[in-house]
Design a protein around this ligand. Structure first.
Ligand code: AMP
Ligand code: GLY
Length: 424
């Protein structure tokens, strides 16, 4: 079967790596892909939002399964376009991808179906939001732009003046565009964060092993929010007991709620959870693999990814059991100094060949470009270096060892990815 992957980041590189292991995969394509993905897939110069062109390509190249990695095309309805043309595609339809596409929708869904999450109110009128903040809110408070904002539309405000500034940014100045037409004001929660990614076929859900992301740019969780500076898997804080609770009160109820609403969800649901003193609560839903969560979860998965995805598309996931290696993985993101604000691109990268033939070590490309002279940097997050180990500390030591194999002059990384596991 020929496979088309839609996306261009480290996550799609990890998906392409998992796909090329499958005996079911013949030719693998990635649109638009990146310089690293071309190791496993032919990169096709079609943008992820060019749905009709992508569908034309799928028809012309006898693609048996298209895998959509990114949120934008899913929320924009790529799956509906493919399905209407009789093409097999892995991901939620537009009416289900709204689970990620609208935070107001997902909060209302959780409230209606009793799924644990932070208390909240939705606002479309900035004046009403300000009155609420002045008269009712407890601080710190969390403001969230309703729509997609590259993970940046969440503001944690310590006091009223910060919150007033936040309302201005999101709803009045439209810093995140139309994503700020509606805004959620949410109770601030404390606890450990865990990401649980799961396969879903509309009815059945199969959670993958847990992971934890490090979203802030600096060591000790300081600095600005980023797309993610590193991950580890599994999370030692996510116990069997917590998993059972989540299955019963969060995971299956979410899938059932979407089905009851006439929006059956097929694809990946990513549960962003906070393990609070009152139990696990949902921080957010995503409708796709996490980036860089995929880079630690997929290297640990024993199943054939194509087999699992086809089971989702064909609604027979109940016959699949997911299996993960009894090991651990850590991914350290190598970024360009200055990310996420301002940074230089086009810097030569040395040492990529060091990963060749090293089992258990992976170098997933996020922002790189191939030139006649070799690979150069082409983004804020440049590479994701993943290593596995028998235990988390071993995986962590391996990953940091492998970060030394790569050199570029403005290389920046956090030095404490996975450090929290020492407390477990
Ligand atoms: P989200 O995009 O909704 O996951 O939010 C991004 C980050 O903001 C999360 O990973 C949390 O670290 C933080 N965050 C979001 N909502 C809350 C909340 N209600 N309480 C505390 N932190 C939050
Ligand atoms: N790593 C967080 C995300 O993919 O949304």
């Amino acid at each position: 079967m020929n496979i088309l992957i839609v996306g261009s980041g480290g996550r799609e590189h990890a998906i392409a790596w998992a796909v090329q292991k499958s005996p079911l995969a013949d030719r693998i394509y990635c649109a638009p892909g990146n310089a690293g993905i071309s190791e496993y897939a032919s990169c096709v110069p079609i943008g992820a939002m060019e749905f009709e062109k992508l569908a034309d390509f799928a028809e012309e190249n006898q693609i048996g399964l298209t895998i959509v990695g990114m949120d934008d095309p899913l929320v924009g309805g790529i799956v509906d376009v493919f399905e209407n043309r009789g093409l097999r595609v892995f991901g939620p339809r537009k009416n289900a991808a709204i689970l990620e596409g609208s935070k107001a929708f997902s909060k209302d869904l959780m409230k209606k179906y009793g799924i644990p999450t932070a208390a909240y109110e939705n606002f479309t009128d900035p004046e009403k939001a300000l009155v609420y903040l002045r008269e009712e809110a407890k601080f710190p408070v969390v403001l969230k732009a309703d729509g997609l904002a590259l993970g940046k539309g969440v503001l944690i405000c310590q006091d009223l003046s910060e919150a007033e500034e936040g309302v201005k940014e999101i709803m009045q100045d439209k810093k995140f565009g139309t994503a700020g037409d509606c805004m959620v004001i949410e109770e601030f929660m404390t606890g450990r964060e865990v990401s649980v990614l799961s396969f879903v076929d509309g009815k059945t859900i199969r959670p993958m092993t847990s992971a934890q992301d490090h979203k802030r740019a600096g060591d000790g969780d300081t600095g600005l929010n980023t797309g993610g500076m590193g991950t580890f898997s599994p999370s030692p804080f996510y116990t069997k007991e917590i998993d059972d609770y989540c299955m019963k009160h969060i995971f299956q109820p979410t899938v059932d709620a979407m089905a009851s609403e006439g929006r059956p969800f097929t694809g990946i649901i990513f549960f962003g959870l906070m393990l609070t003193q009152d139990g696990p609560k949902v921080l957010e839903y995503n409708a796709r693999f996490g980036d860089p969560e995929a880079q630690v979860v997929l290297p640990r998965m024993k199943n054939d990814i194509i087999e699992v995805m086809l089971a989702c598309v064909d609604q027979r996931l109940d016959r699949i059991d997911l299996e993960f290696e009894d090991n651990a993985a850590v991914c350290v993101v190598l970024a360009s100094e200055g990310y996420p604000v301002q940074y230089q691109k086009g810097i030569p990268i040395y040492g990529l060949e060091n990963f060749r033939g090293k089992e258990g070590y992976y170098c997933f490309h996020a922002g790189t470009r191939k030139t006649d002279e070799g690979f150069v940097t082409n983004g804020g997050r440049v590479l994701g270096v993943t290593a596995v180990g028998k235990t988390l500390p071993e995986a962590r030591a391996n990953a940091y060892k492998a970060t030394e194999w790569i050199q570029f002059s403005n290389k920046y990384m956090r030095s404490d990815i996975g450090k929290a596991i020492d407390e477990a």
